[in-house]
Design a protein around this ligand. Structure first.
Ligand code: BDR
Ligand code: CA
Length: 317
């Protein structure tokens, strides 16, 4: 099985990504890193511990990651998306205080250690800012040739962004870090808005979880309904909420869910187009581009798999 590290800013779709990862038979989740974004990094780690407890997987360690963007200029704009994910990041649904604490080791060191231990078998799945991965590369540049893949939720290549016409939220939290990761030799699979806006979940599905009559089913239905309500307000043209982060986990397990364009990419860091993910003009003839950008998705097959995995998980918890 593929060894995976999730790197989450544990908001609502991150919580679904975590549930998907523990349920996926082809993935061996070795740890969960935390990032800032939907809320602060310590809060994200606490939410991951809560969700793991809710779904009965208290064996998976959680590591706190970097708390701020890599460039100090942006310290004044530590952004938290309480308006989309609720004050507590999980739709203001109350879950018990977790029995466990995060590990003493930090997320960046855990990534470096795992890269040396598992090499090409390791996939890192960031669903928040790329600050932790960039920090790991900076601390130990050798890991770019060790790690199998970084399968990230972020960016937009063929559609507009969701925080500005140019930028998607995760990338715009730390465009400098994203540019480091995209332009390094490390192979990235970008699961961006191009595909995540096409995988949607509605209250019909969350009701199926509630109907299971279990605690996990009920809590997840409440958490995700909060997200569906916000989506209805913000994006009235969409039928449901986007499965941004869980789609990245799906692609890590089964890359055939998406069709990709292989292309070297850069991330704009100038003020005007901050966070734009775009092809690199200077490397268009590279025979081995370092990014595979997802541009099409088999949404029906993905949604079916998503519902199978999560329903089975919630059924027993
Ligand atoms: C991304 O932004 C976050 O709010 C979501 O969790 C997702 O990772 C979508 O742009
Ligand atoms: Ca996220």
């Amino acid at each position: 099985n593929k060894k995976v590290i999730l790197d989450l800013d544990t908001g609502i779709d991150d919580a679904m990504a975590l549930a998907y990862a523990v349920a996926a038979p082809g993935l061996d989740l070795i740890g969960v890193a935390s990032s800032y974004g939907n809320l602060v990094a310590e809060g994200a780690a606490e939410n991951s511990l809560k969700i793991l407890e809710l779904v009965g997987h208290t064996d998976i360690p959680v590591y706190v990651g970097e708390t701020h963007p890599s460039t100090s200029d942006h310290f004044d704009r530590l952004p938290v998306s309480a308006h989309i994910h609720g004050e507590n990041g999980i739709g203001d649904v109350e879950l018990p205080t977790p029995k466990r604490k995060p590990e003493k080791q930090g997320a960046v060191d855990f990534m470096i250690e795992s890269a040396h231990k598992y090499g090409k078998d390791l996939i890192i799945i960031p669903t928040g800012a790329l600050t932790n991965v960039a920090a790991a590369i900076k601390k130990d540049p050798a890991i770019v040739d060790l790690i199998g893949n970084v399968t990230l939720m972020g960016g937009a290549l063929t559609v507009q962004g969701n925080v500005s016409p140019f930028a998607e939220a995760n990338i715009s939290q730390d465009a400098e870090a994203a540019n480091e990761v995209f332009t390094s030799p490390l192979h990235d699979t970008m699961v961006g808005l191009d595909v995540t806006l096409r995988t949607l979940l509605t209250k019909k599905e969350t009701q199926q979880w509630r109907d299971l009559g279990t605690n996990a089913g009920a809590k997840f239905a409440d958490i995700v309904d909060y997200y569906i309500d916000i989506y209805a307000e913000l994006y009235p043209h969409l039928d449901g909420c986007s499965l941004h982060d869980p789609l990245a986990v799906g692609v890590a397990e089964d890359p055939s869910f998406v069709r990709t364009l292989d292309i070297d990419m850069i991330v704009n860091t100038d003020k005007e187009k901050y966070g734009r993910t775009i092809g690199d003009n200077t490397r268009l003839d590279d025979p081995n581009p370092s990014v595979s950008a997802a541009i099409e998705v088999d949404a029906d097959r993905y949604l079916e798999t998503f519902m199978n995995y999560l329903t089975n998980l919630f059924k027993n918890n």
